[in-house]
Design a protein around this ligand. Sequence first.
Ligand SMILES: Cc1cc2nc3c(=O)[nH]c(=O)nc-3n(C[C@H](O)[C@H](O)[C@H](O)COP(=O)(O)O)c2cc1C
Length: 375
Amino acid sequence: MNSLVSRGSSLAYKKAFKPILFRQKPDDVHERLLRSGSHIQNIPVIREALKKAWSFSDPSLEQSVFGLTFNNPVGLSAGFDKNFELPGLLSAIGFGFMEGGSLTYRPYAGNPKPWFTRLPKTESIVVYAGLANQGVDVITKRLKSYPATVFKNFPLNISVAKTNSPKTCTDDEAISDYVGSLKILNQNHLGDMYTLNISCPNTYGGEPFTTKDRLNRLLGKVDQLNLTKPLIVKMPSDKSWKEFNQLLRVIIEHKVSGVTICNLAKDRSKVQLKDPLPDAVLGNLSGRPVWELSNALIKKTYQNYGDKLIIIGVGGIFSAEDAYTKIKLGATLVELVTGLIFEGPQLIGQINQGLSELVKKDGYANICEAIGIDA
Ligand SMILES: Cc1cc2nc3c(=O)[nH]c(=O)nc-3n(C[C@H](O)[C@H](O)[C@H](O)COP(=O)(O)O)c2cc1C
């Protein structure tokens, strides 16, 4: 990483690019970014230049988790690269891993637009995409088309949800939808870990598997697949500890290696909004509104299950300090989306550089020593 270039990029993003981007519709910006990014990432000199300018590596950030090597603990969270189109670019800008998707068994064109609404003062995005994605078959072909080098030292976490359709509303249909995708991915040896997204709002049938008995049924069926990759469950944000704990109790009885805490915030009445948000704007909130919810759940989960589950901490990370807070509360890895959109692509290297400084300042040789020290 070139610190001068990185700092200059922050300034340029905040003062020049972001004001222009934020004047355009977020759905359009996202689409253009995917289109241009998927081309740019194929140009080796550009990848190399991005890496030199922005990405940061240091032995203090390297960890072995789930039997995989992570160069750093900062990953992309699900929803930004739904169709796995940008792995080369995401790796070049310094992410340690990525969670693509969520993908589903059948393709879904998405809910009526807008899918995304920015809340600039709240530092949040209202998300109403409803699991838009090209479906497991198309995505399988795309993943197979990448050279193996793309995911070398850049673990791929594949998020799997159930197809957003009236046809997947019964438990049996929904379970075979999840299982169908996982089977295809596993048989094709794709990805390094799988995340079962049980907590996506704005879909037909809601979130049936965020109740203990139904989650137990789903995980029972997934167990039977004998997946060859670690399985993680993406948790909801809006449960009381009692309800959340019931889900965790079920999870530890199955072949699950970790939990991602957590998904979008749903209850607007509990969120401190600094922007107007009319009811007509549908969707759930990312970014700052998820921060407290996620931190409280990470801490309690670590206190109670720290020896049984790896925690991936997500929600409201905008800086190295934010990432470090989640790690000290019990997260082994962290992921983000909204911070990337609000702060710019140089943020990832800056978080990693900041993390390595914070770790050393606290007298640790490696970030893993800081996990859970504030829990
Ligand atoms: C634009 C957008 C799309 C998202 N789509 C998904 C998704 O498909 N699957 C999922 O598990 N989470 C999805 N999420 C939730 C994020 O993965 C993450 O849990 C949440 O936004 C909190 O992290 P953040 O504050 O860093 O954005 C989405 C979030 C955003 C902002």
